[in-house]
Design a protein around this ligand. Structure first.
Ligand code: PMP
Length: 354
């Protein structure tokens, strides 16, 4: 079995892959790929996925959970359209590629974006601190984990109307959903296969947009009223996400995952900091526990190091094409033993080069 450190789509539990594959051949006598989304058996799957999301994350009453399509990228637009109020102005924190995308798309639908904090000056290698949200904005948007740069908010900013793209760290740790008006996340990290996009939205928010333009699909009120079935949902992705949430719940939920994720990240960062051949690429206090970014201190060793980790059955380690170096993604389903294999490759490389 390969050790998949890919950033997404990514590893899911093997038991989930097995159950999902079985349903491709037999889901109550049909394939999950051919069943009607209106059939009571699939409606029950959707209900269960929603219910498990609420239980696992501790979603309080007064919130709706939706499984839509379009990825987090469409979420940038859906968020802006649904959160637009009288000011038609919003505060955004720019911590990398995905925040920049959210800013760009909000501008396109008529939101005046106030970039109230940014880490662009140092290539997104840190999380801005001391953020104060102005009063005269409709909402504050931030990205909790920066999948490409490898930084993460360990303390969330505060605002009256808080919106977060949690694509790459949702379900990795405990969160207080009540602090947010809207959370959204593409499924393809800790939730399930690509195709579904999760929205957790405060019911008070629904139907209050001041936007002149609101495509039916993007109207979260209409989607909530139809139980995410306004059109055909991504059936297989929702089914597999449901299996994965069940698996997560059966293994101690996000509390237990958080402990394991902390241990995995600590192990790898400890090696990066103690091994003279490697260095981390972001501010220590803002390091992501999901996407660990690092590089060689001597780039001329790249070819040799790449050969070593590849021969240890490691895949998905190269950094994003926009930053280079390496990125080890430690999502929920990645076992600590896989991190041990990578650490051993790094140690052995240092021994050989000493
Ligand atoms: N936001 C974050 C934090 C991401 O990591 C990604 C994708 N990796 C996106 C947004 C874009 O997601 P999608 O491909 O689902 O549109």
């Amino acid at each position: 079995m390969k050790h998949n450190f890919g950033a997404g789509p990514c590893i899911l539990p093997q038991a989930v892959f097995k159950q999902a594959s079985e349903a491709v051949l037999d889901f109550n006598g049909l394939s999950i790929l051919e069943v009607s989304h209106r059939h009571k058996d699939f409606v029950a799957v959707m209900d269960e996925a929603i219910d498990l999301t609420k239980k696992v994350l501790g979603v309080p009453d007064g919130y709706s959970v939706l499984f839509l399509q379009g990825g987090a990228t469409l979420g940038f637009t859906i968020t802006a359209l649904n959160m637009m109020r009288e000011h038609k102005r919003a505060a955004y924190i720019n911590t990398g590629t995905w925040s920049s995308g959210a800013i760009r798309e909000a501008g396109k639908v008529g939101i005046e974006v106030l970039e109230i904090a940014s880490s662009q000056d140092r290539n997104f290698s840190y999380i801005p601190k001391g953020i104060v949200c102005p009063d005269d904005v409709d909402y504050l948007h931030f990205t909790s984990n920066n999948t490409i740069a490898g930084t993460q908010f360990h303390d969330f900013p505060k605002a009256k109307h808080l919106v977060c793209d949690m694509s790459s760290d949702i379900f990795s740790k405990e969160i207080n959903v009540a602090d947010f008006d809207l959370i959204y996340a593409g499924a393809q990290k800790n939730l399930g296969p690509a195709g579904a996009t999760l929205y957790i939205v405060k019911d008070e928010v629904l139907g209050k947009s001041t936007s002149q333009f609101m495509p039916t699909y993007m109207d979260l009120k209409k989607q909530a009223d139809k139980g995410s079935m306004l059109n055909t949902p991504p059936v297989f992705s929702v089914y597999t996400a449901m299996l994965n949430l069940k698996d997560l719940q059966a293994h101690g939920g996000v509390k237990e995952k958080q402990k394991q994720n902390d241990a995995k990240a600590a192990l790898l960062y400890q090696e990066i900091d103690s091994n003279p051949l490697f260095e981390g690429t972001v501010a220590k206090e803002d390091r992501s526990k999901m996407n660990v970014t690092f590089k060689l201190t001597d780039e001329s060793l790249k070819e040799e190091f790449d050969k070593n980790w590849k021969s240890a059955d490691i895949v998905g380690l190269p950094g994003h094409r926009s930053v280079g170096g390496y990125r080890a993604s430690l999502y929920n389903a990645l076992e600590i033993d896989s991190v041990r294999v990578l650490v051993e490759v790094m140690k052995e490389f240092a021994r050989v080069k000493a």
